[in-house]
Design a protein around this ligand. Structure first.
Ligand SMILES: [Zn+2]
Length: 442
């Protein structure tokens, strides 16, 4: 018996950084705010309150869909997903089921493998449960500040076949979302949440078997996600060897990652889609996009240079290596900074690869402006004109001017020469090793 193939699909939730929530005008900036101060009848689910969709959130969802190579659907609508949970005051979540905004798309991994995206839909976030002990009683408090915040869900096909591939896929989504500026995608704040679906194709005596799918819930770091998937792969093989339970209707399981125990643990049983009794949201009319509108969205999306295109341009336009271009385009801000330095650096004859090296190796002080960095690189270049002989002369002169340093050194305090190192750097802009200075003491 052996694992023929690991099958992983990913559901990624991204909270949009719109100013207001998905269906009301409450502030969506909920992190760290006083509980239940950013609510209204709509996001508290009070009877009679009517939702009004957030235009920006829809536009951003469409932009994300196009950036991932998906198709905007000319007809789409919101649905009600019914379930009861205290963090969901209406008793249903407004989501999209049959007619999402986007179908299709893909993420291409560095290996060239395409991971297909099934759909991208828009929904509302739930409130937050805070488990605490109050007056010796375990209690649960509810904060509805997050209730109704715009949430995009990106669902992949089960095309990923290792935890490494899944991690790369997640990092790419994270990067693209940040490039588009539609979310801070901060995992620690919960603005990006991951749900890997894992099962195995097992071969035994020429026959293929599939283990039940496990959905890993509420994982809040790439590292934990990777560990949880790796644990699941091992666990599912062991369970199959022992019990031989195959994937079947109703045996999808939900598990979470316990970082203390370094294992996945069971959570509530997963509902089947039919349990949610989805039906069209009656308070929000469906959406029709005209060809003219679709063209406008496509134009808007082509104006944004995405990480992969930027990286390729950095390599061809500036002659950077794959490694250099990868680091400098990891974040949009870093890429912009690099290009600004190159632009200002041209006048002072500073090349792009030289600039790339200085930034990547963090040779200059961090946080300085592009112009200051150009001045810094220019100053270090001048020292190249100082010859080796000149440097020896400078060392000799400094040693003669500072007999007390020579004295300390002779008594065994090698570190005293550090002062000479500093002076040489100031005078000639060169960093000289202590051994070289010591070598000139007679
Ligand atoms: Zn509200």
């Amino acid at each position: 018996m052996q694992i023929k193939r690991v099958i992983i699909g990913l559901e990624v939730h991204v909270e949009l950084r719109t100013a207001s929530k998905m269906f009301c005008s409450c502030s969506a900036d909920h992190f760290g705010k006083e509980p239940n101060t950013q609510t209204c009848p709509v996001c508290l689910g009070l009877p009679g309150a009517l939702p009004v969709p957030n235009k920006k959130a829809i536009e951003w969802t469409l932009l994300l869909g196009l950036a991932l190579g998906g198709e905007i659907q000319s007809f789409s609508r919101f649905d009600r997903k019914n379930y009861f949970y205290p963090d969901l005051p209406k008793g249903y979540q407004i989501s999209q089921y049959q007619q999402p905004f986007i179908l299709g798309g893909k993420i291409t991994l560095e290996s060239g493998k395409d991971i297909r995206i099934e759909r991208i839909h828009l929904e509302e976030d739930t409130g937050k449960l805070l488990h605490q002990v109050i007056a010796d009683e375990p209690s649960t408090l509810i904060d509805y500040n997050r209730s109704g915040v715009a949430l995009v869900e990106i669902v992949s096909q089960p095309d990923l076949s290792s935890s490494e591939e899944a991690k790369e896929y997640l990092e790419k989504i994270h990067q693209i979302v940040r490039y588009l500026g539609i979310s801070d995608a901060d995992m620690e704040k919960g603005s990006m949440r991951l749900e890997p679906n894992v099962n195995l194709e097992i071969e035994d005596q020429g026959q293929l078997y599939y283990t039940p799918i496990v959905e890993l819930k509420n994982i809040n770091s790439f590292r934990f996600a990777k560990k949880a998937m790796e644990y699941e792969i091992k666990r599912q093989l062991e369970i199959f060897q022992e019990k031989r339970i195959e994937k079947g209707k109703g045996n999808k399981q939900t598990r979470g990652w316990d970082e203390d125990k370094q294992m996945t643990v069971p959570q509530r049983e997963k509902e089947e889609a039919s349990d949610y009794r989805y039906f069209p949201e009656p308070d929000i009319p469906p959406f029709f996009f005209t060809e003219k509108e679709l063209t406008a969205y496509r134009l808007q999306s082509t104006a944004i240079e995405l990480p992969r295109a930027k990286k390729e341009r950095f390599m061809s336009e500036y002659g950077l290596s794959d490694y250099q271009a990868g680091i400098l385009t990891a974040e949009k801000e870093m890429a912009y900074y690099f290009e600004e330095v190159v632009k200002f650096g041209k006048v002072k004859n500073i090349g792009a690869t030289e600039t790339a090296n200085v930034i990547i190796n963090k040779r200059a002080k961090e946080g300085i402006s592009p112009k200051e960095l150009v001045d810094f690189i220019a100053s270090t270049k001048q020292t190249i004109t100082v010859s080796e002989e000149d440097i020896d002369k400078i060392i000799d002169a400094l040693l003669a001017a500072h007999p007390e340093v020579v004295e300390s050194y002779k008594k065994g305090k090698v570190a005293a020469l550090g002062m000479i190192v500093g002076l040489i750097k100031k005078q000639a802009g060169a960093v000289v090793p202590i051994e070289r200075i010591a070598g000139r003491i007679r």
